[in-house]
Design a protein around this ligand. Structure first.
Ligand code: 13P
Length: 287
């Protein structure tokens, strides 16, 4: 069932668990995540970056594929199709293409401009019944060519953006995309606590879910994080399983070169990763 992320995230915030956003790259990725969500009876958010949207031949191709797949696979758990780190233009394109949720990442604009653009998109989403995520304080690391400096958000600015009526709010708290460096000092729980105190019931979003230790994830959820984004970890699991298959020479045995066989171990590895995350985030059985 394709739905906005609003109800699932409000439920998660109230129930003190988090819904995973898993980024998709192609048909196999999408299928693996949807099937796992159904098996685990968990709500799920499919994340699509602008780069991944381009790779998959445009947002309309993605939206139509996801809708058809939900139908064909008989997926009954709530699924949100969400633009990840969208530009203003990208957000508008996704709304047109039939996404159920968007992120407008105006964190690189001066706060006044972030507020103005977020406010306009909140109005559009409200009218159409879509959910909208905004961001304050850039997430560090590199994702799809977008490089963030890893800022720590100003809780007062978070409150200003939350008050615009967004569905969920991403705030930089020392988290970064991709693998964490050896000298990473961990999440800034003091900042997260201050943000949650000011924003109350607003579901908070933790980006850069790959490589954050389980105890930090649990603590973040206890401090109001209700959506956690995971991308790199599924990519690493997929690549590792695919490499093992080829290194073992399995593509050279019989019809092992058939893409349906060659990509199968990678798909299983994504499913396993998604399942582990759903268990850690506490969303299993919460559909
Ligand atoms: P990772 O790639 O570090 O898991 O981050 C994903 C993310 O935050 C997508 O927005």
């Amino acid at each position: 069932m394709l739905v906005s992320a609003k109800e699932m995230l409000n439920k998660a915030k109230a129930g003190k668990y988090a819904v995973g956003q898993f980024n998709i790259n192609n048909l196999e990725w999408t299928k693996a995540i949807l099937l796992t969500a159904q098996e685990e009876n968990s709500p799920v958010i499919l994340g699509v970056s602008e780069g991944a949207g381009k790779y998959m031949c445009g947002f309309k191709t993605v939206a139509d594929m996801v809708k058809a797949m939900i139908d064909e696979l008989g997926i009954t758990v709530p699924v949100a199709l969400h633009l990840d780190h969208g530009s203003y233009q990208g957000a508008k394109k996704c709304i047109e293409a039939g996404f159920s949720s968007i992120m407008f990442d105006g964190s690189h604009y001066p706060i006044e401009e972030n507020i103005a653009k977020t406010k306009e998109l909140v109005g559009v989403c409200e009218e159409l019944g879509l959910s909208i995520e905004a961001e304050v304080g850039a997430i560090g690391g590199e994702e799809d060519g977008v490089i963030g400096g890893g800022e720590v958000a100003d809780p007062n600015e978070c409150k200003m953006i939350a008050d615009l009526g967004v569905t969920m709010l991403a705030a930089g708290i020392g988290n970064i995309h991709g693998k964490y460096p050896e000298n990473w000092t961990g999440l800034r729980f003091d900042t997260l606590d201050a943000i949650q105190q000011l924003t109350g019931n607003m579901p908070l979003v933790l980006h850069g879910g790959t490589g954050i230790p389980a105890d930090m994830i649990k603590k973040a959820i206890s401090l109001g994080v209700s959506k956690i984004n995971v991308n790199t970890e599924c990519q690493l699991a997929f690549a590792d399983a695919t490499r093992k298959y080829i290194e073992a020479g399995k593509d050279l045995e019989g019809k092992g070169f058939d893409p349906r066989k060659l990509l199968a171990p990678g798909v299983e590895a994504i499913k396993e990763t998604v399942k582990e995350k759903m268990e850690l985030f506490g969303s299993v059985g919460k559909a």
